[in-house]
Structures are given as C-alpha cells and as structure tokens.
Design a protein around this ligand. Sequence first.
Ligand code: 9D3
Length: 247
Amino acid sequence: MHVDVIAIFPEFFTSPLDCSILARARQSGAVTIAIHNLRDYTNDKHQVVDDYPYGGGAGMVMKPEPLVQAVEHLLAEAPPETPVILLSPQGRPFDQAKAEELSTRQHLILICGHYEGVDERVRETVVTEELSIGDYVLTGGETAALVVIDAVARLVPGVLGNPASAGSESFAGGLLEYPHYTRPAQWRGMAVPEVLLSGHHENIRRWRRQQALYRTLQRRPELVASIQLSEEDKQLLAELEEDTDSR
Ligand code: 9D3
C-alpha cells in the first residue's frame, strides 16, 4: 500500500512514522508513506495556504488552489478510484470497519485540514470521503492522519508478524479483551486468577469469554447490544448475575 499525506506541518510525521511497527512496515516495503508539504503547491512568493473567511468570523480558511493542485498532482500517479480522504471534525467517525476497508486499497491520499477549515470547493472538486477520529477538538488533521495510518497499516498483509494478532482483539470480535497476566503469580499481595494456572484449557477459554463479556457490559454496554450473543454467552452472563465470585 502507498499512502500520500498532504500537510502544512510535514515535520509532525517524522518520529511517529519512524518508530516501531510502522518503521518496520516501511522498511519492508509493505507500506510506503510520502509526506507532501502543501506549501510546495503554492504559486506565490510567500507560499500562502490560508486566507480570511468570506462572510467574516474568527480564524482562517485553507485556500482551495494549493490543496487541489497537490491532490491532482498525486492522482496523476495513482490508480483509478484512489480514495482522497479529508480529515476533519465534520467527517464520518473512523472505526475498525473503515480501517479494514481502507486496508484493502493499493493507494490512499490523506489531506490534513488546518485552521478553521477547508474551502468547501475542495470537497466538491477532489475529496471522495471525509473522516473524523472522534468527538473532541484537535489542533489539526495531522494527528488524525497518523491515527488512520496506524490503524490501516497494521491490517496490511505482512505488517504484523502473526496474522492472528490483527484480528482476535478488541473490536475485531465486537467485545473488549479479557484481563491479561504474566509472572509473577503473586505480586504485591495480588494473585493471578487460579483458573489461568490450572492448565485446563476449556475452563480458561470460558473464563476469558466471561471476563470479556463482563468488562464490555460494564464499560461499553452499547457494544454488547450490537453483537449476536451465543447460548454460551447468555449462560456466562447469567452466571455473573448470580455469582459475585466470577466478577
Ligand atoms: C469551533 C469550530 N471548530 C470545529 C469543531 C473548528 C475546528 C477545530 C479543530 C476546526 C478544525 C480543527 C482541527 N481538527 C481537525 O482537523 C480534525 C479533527 C478533530 O478536531 N477531531 C476529530 N477528528 C478530526 S479529523 C481532523
């Protein structure tokens, strides 16, 4: 997969994309990422990328011409139907299903918004979809682009060593994860649950499923409501209601 990012602060991306799994993905060639400085697509001496809003009001608006020049330049080298994604607070909420969908694409173009917003005609001209990463206010679209790149890149085949680790976790199964423990078995007076030391794989599987259900019910009840519970799930939940020990 190739990702082009258009930003006014290209330096923002250097360390996050040069660390850990993303650095390895780039070195291996499974994911290539190019950061483009929006100012390189201006035609004036001062490389101006923003201007005052028509109608007045606070803040500045990103000018359409540099953004559209940048996108058109990148689209010329991209496969047909390449998504052009604007990161903005007005976008559809980004989620795991969207990450999975994007991970199947050969090429993505991400536009990081800044200032009060982007001239509406950029959407009409080149943007194919608009994504938000959640209902909180960021300083700009760069952090959102990093979130999207991180969530999508790890799903690209070959990026994670073990293909199972991409799937069997929070959200992939629709539930939050069960609690994890490692050595020592006793630590600061706290014991690892007995069942995990028992070697009884079926009991461990049931305990983990029950814990995942319990946690999700406590913390994210809307997720439990959105999945299809098996007969075993219903039994595990009923057990929790009668038995304070299994919580
Ligand atoms: C007071 C009006 N603000 C809209 C909520 C203006 C505004 C704030 C922050 C305009 C742009 C921004 C910068 N944010 C993004 O570009 C952004 C974002 C976000 O703030 N939250 C969640 N997802 C995203 S994606 C891009």
